[in-house]
Design a protein around this ligand. Structure first.
Ligand SMILES: Cc1ncc(COP(=O)(O)OP(=O)(O)O)c(N)n1
Ligand SMILES: Cc1ncsc1CCOP(=O)(O)O
Ligand SMILES: [Mg+2]
Length: 226
């Protein structure tokens, strides 16, 4: 029998294709952009604790080269753990490392343009604070929404006032895609956001600033698992 041509495109049943698509998890770790943090160490601990999605977020002072190298390391950790790996803002870095997708907000590429850059199969997240913005982002191609700040964030201090569980509920009710609540999410606040309709939560400080990031991730993972 002659060998099967390697470039043959296999038509997959929709169900099988879905299984191959990266998941939009329920516990997102957004990496701490503070200089000097051991990001790979924290990511490894968080994945061991049950984080299922990691978003690589670096500060503006970080070069593309550094972001690329960090994202490559984080992607390797995510692949080993079966987790989804996204890159914040820098979609060219997401593409260059082969990450599962990216996340954009109001000062980044518009969602429609981000979708063109990443292509149809990538996971694309967009920030939306209210129902109108949420509907627009989904219509433009977002697969999930990051909604907040849910509570006051110690990580990003330039944000508008918190929207609380009621604001998260308003967004979750407006769209069909998963809503990930972000901003000041802790073990104490996560439950109310999930009860409000959030598919999951995204955290920085609750894991990155914890004495025991693995333990903190494990407790949050138990909460989001319901
Ligand atoms: C899951 C998630 N939600 C919201 C954000 C915020 O994105 P953005 O508004 O673009 O702000 P920066 O993170 O780029 O400072 C996010 N990163 N992740
Ligand atoms: C990037 C971002 N966007 C809205 S809140 C936030 C930071 C969330 O960090 P923390 O979980 O420490 O409040
Ligand atoms: Mg952004």
């Amino acid at each position: 029998m002659s060998p099967r041509p390697l470039n043959l495109i296999r038509v997959m049943p929709a169900q099988e294709e879905e299984c191959l698509m990266p998941r939009i998890g329920r516990l997102h770790l957004v990496t701490d952009a503070t200089a000097g943090r051991d990001v790979p160490g924290t990511v490894a601990a968080a994945l061991a604790g049950g984080v299922d999605t990691v978003q690589v977020r670096v500060g503006s002072a970080v070069s593309d080269r550094e972001a690329f190298e960090l994202a490559g390391v984080v992607l390797g950790l995510c692949r080993a753990a079966g987790a989804t790996c996204l890159v914040n803002d820098r979609l060219h870095v997401a593409l260059a490392v082969g990450a599962d997708g990216g996340h954009v907000g109001g000062t980044d590429l518009p969602v429609e343009a981000a979708r063109r850059v990443l292509g149809p199969r990538a996971v694309l997240g967009a920030t939306a604070r209210d129902p109108d913005a949420a509907r627009l982002a989904v219509a433009a191609g977002a697969d999930y929404l990051g909604t907040g700040p849910a509570y006051v964030s110690t990580t990003k201090t330039t944000l508008p006032p918190p929207i609380g569980p009621a604001g998260v509920a308003a967004v979750a009710d407006a769209v069909e895609v998963p809503v990930i609540a972000i901003g000041g999410v802790t073990e104490e606040t996560a439950g109310a956001l999930l009860a409000a309709g959030a598919h999951g939560v995204a955290v920085v400080a609750a894991i990155c600033s914890a004495d025991d990031p693995r333990g903190a991730a494990a407790r949050l993972a138990t909460l989001v698992a319901g």
